[in-house]
Design a protein around this ligand. Structure first.
Ligand code: CA
Length: 237
């Protein structure tokens, strides 16, 4: 028994999906623990203290949101929500309630594993008091100096406006996590107004141009359509 393995609690009631996910996780060096109801998930969460939770929202006894709220009362354990629902408001609701990420069914194995790696990496960063060594954020060729409020790309300074800088810094502090439009707007501008989404989109378009993000490329900032933005913490290969 190798207890260096990350423990992942899979909360899902459908047998086929359960088997598929746990086989996938075990094959990739993780330990999978299965719970098929909200109540079972609560007791397994306390007894196993998992490193990550993969949570289906449609459970037989209660809505998966109940378990999400239960975990967030006491813990920052990363949670990836598994949703068959195409309704964006469910994802936004789960993210705003503290989920770190979501995957929509049907998903590919590569996609799920990428989200798992990303969430685990994100939680290791956050464990460091939310700060990075020397108050600097490093990601590929991107460097953010939080004290100087300056951003560098391949050692060349990227000239950002104050608002653009604030957005980049916010996303980097939650690197790997999807930030919903409303959570970004609230942090950057305070109370949202009618033009908030448009303002965010305009700023984001400028930021992505300055960071040389291209559609389909290996980008620093990913647009999660209809939901929000995520700073990508996957190593590109
Ligand atoms: Ca289900």
């Amino acid at each position: 028994m190798n207890n260096n393995k990350y423990k992942i609690l899979v909360v899902e009631d459908e047998d086929n999906i359960c088997k598929f996910i746990s086989a996938l996780l075990e094959a990739n060096g993780y330990q999978a623990i299965i719970a098929k109801t909200c109540l079972m998930a609560q007791s397994m969460f306390s007894s196993y203290i998992p490193d990550l939770i993969i949570l289906d929202l449609g459970l037989p006894d209660m809505d998966g949101m109940n378990f999400l709220n239960y975990v967030r009362e006491t813990s920052l354990t990363p949670i990836i929500v598994l949703s068959a629902r195409s309704d964006e408001s469910d994802k936004v609701n789960a993210l705003d309630s503290g989920a770190n990420d979501y995957v929509t069914k049907p998903f590919s194995t590569a996609e799920l594993l990428a989200r798992v790696r990303s969430s685990l990496r994100n939680s290791r960063h956050s464990a460091d008091d939310g700060h990075f060594p020397g108050r600097k954020f490093l990601l590929g060729g991107l460097v953010i100096d939080y004290d100087a409020r300056r951003v560098f790309l391949q050692n060349v300074e990227v000239k950002l406006t104050q608002t653009e800088y604030n957005i980049v810094a916010l996303l980097s502090e939650h690197c790997g996590k999807v930030m919903t439009y409303s959570s970004i707007i609230k942090t950057i501008w305070g109370h949202p107004d009618g033009g908030s989404i448009k303002k965010l989109q305009v700023n984001m378009a400028n930021i992505r141009k300055k960071l040389r993000d291209k559609p389909g490329g290996s980008n620093y900032i990913i647009n999660e359509l209809g939901v929000g933005y995520r700073m990508n913490n996957e190593e590109s290969d």
